[in-house]
Design a protein around this ligand. Sequence first.
Ligand SMILES: *Cc1c(COP(=O)(O)O)cnc(C)c1O
Length: 497
Amino acid sequence: MYISTRGWAEASPAAVAIKMGMAPDGGLFVPVAVPAVDAAFLHSLTSLDYEQRAVKILALFLTDYSVPELQDCVHAAYGGTFDPAGVAPVRQVARGTFVLELWHGPTCAFKDMALQLLPQLLLQALEKTNEAADIAILVATSGDTGKAALEGFKDVDRTRIVVFYPEEGVSQIQRLQMVTQEGGNVAVAAVRGNFDDAQTGVKRIFNDQELSQRLAAIGVRLSSANSINWGRLVPQIVYYFSAYADLVRSGAIRTGQKVNFVVPTGNFGNILAGYYAKRMGLPVNRLICASNHNNVLTDFIRTGEYNRNRPFHKTISPSMDILISSNLERLLYHSTQGDVKRVSAWMNGLNQQGSYRVDEECLQTIRNTFWADWTDDPSAQSVIQQVWRDHNYVLDPHTAVAWQAAAGYQAATGDDTVNIIVSTASPFKFGDSVLAALAGNESLAGKDEFQLLQELSRLTGWAIPPALAGLARKPVKHQRVCEKADMPECVRHILSK
Ligand SMILES: *Cc1c(COP(=O)(O)O)cnc(C)c1O
């Protein structure tokens, strides 16, 4: 059962938590009890494939879903759309350093791990809760999430999806990924404005009572697919176990031996899934939280003060350009033994002053598990170059931030525990920054996005992921452009068809 981080006391089954997304008091759903696993369970995973591992772990949390239901969901999510060579493979890149690659899904970034499964869990949740309405997902995206949500929801029964992206705020590849999207239940629109305009517009639509009544009359209920939904978090717990099982299976570690995970972090969803895995009994020594120049989490984990009142930096790891890490609220809840009063007070501070400071006890609890560091763009670029030169491995800019944090951690602590670097994007997804790091800025001159990919492929010998290479030939299906003031009308128009 699931309850709110802010005290709304009614305990809900997973299906309700997933359908609602957020608790009515503005808090996030957390499990009342975190299930525990033992060494025999860990060992049993080694002989299973990714789908089987996922079913075993999801079944511990989603107790209102039957095993056959979970099998169906998991197969629909990971069965066809991921690289047949492996859903979440682990590669050894250096001595004691492994990379967990989470970008073998349809959009080449880690959001696929959750957004392929969430729609399946949501569809089941509608059945389980006797929901009569269909769900329309609204997304404002700065790039990665919109495409991953479109791929996850396309042609899923009883769901529609509408994605808004800022007309001038996404890369050419990201725009092409979205405007060529196939599927009978999808719509994509450019907004004249920046990402904030798109996001503000979507929030306004969620609060528009008149619109929601008109949609209710035609049997549609609006929902979001953002990363605070439990249905996006729980799929991510699986790959921590899967990576560990792969290392045991290959003989790189013994069952029970501890490992560190190093996670490129933005909204704190990915690393929080690692925290749940550790709480369940996965042998994790440290979770290393890696940030780019938007280093609000580094400061928080070092000092206990979370302060978003600071300049916002646009970096070459844009999916981590975030100053409010929403999922941190769940960690605060668990690190205070569920003290909803304290958590609510801190979250009020964040809303009202943009900052809060946790007490020493809570900070110590967090620091027992987490370590944090950050990296700016020039160092991330030299890491990309150095890892390519020394290890023949190509990091994307997000993963480079994690690589650097792992190095910083080892230098600061002398800890020689095996490090598993969580890799969140294919280097081809951010091909311009990677190519500039490997061959200098001059190498970009005069090349369009596809020529950049080809050049990166030629230089490294790595194949361009088929989903990106194929974009050049795909017909554009979505040409809608709307003013930000017209977004509600645009949604009404799309959904009444
Ligand atoms: C979303 C994203 C992240 C950040 O993950 P969080 O769960 O928000 O911390 C890191 N890297 C990439 C490529 C992403 O798309």
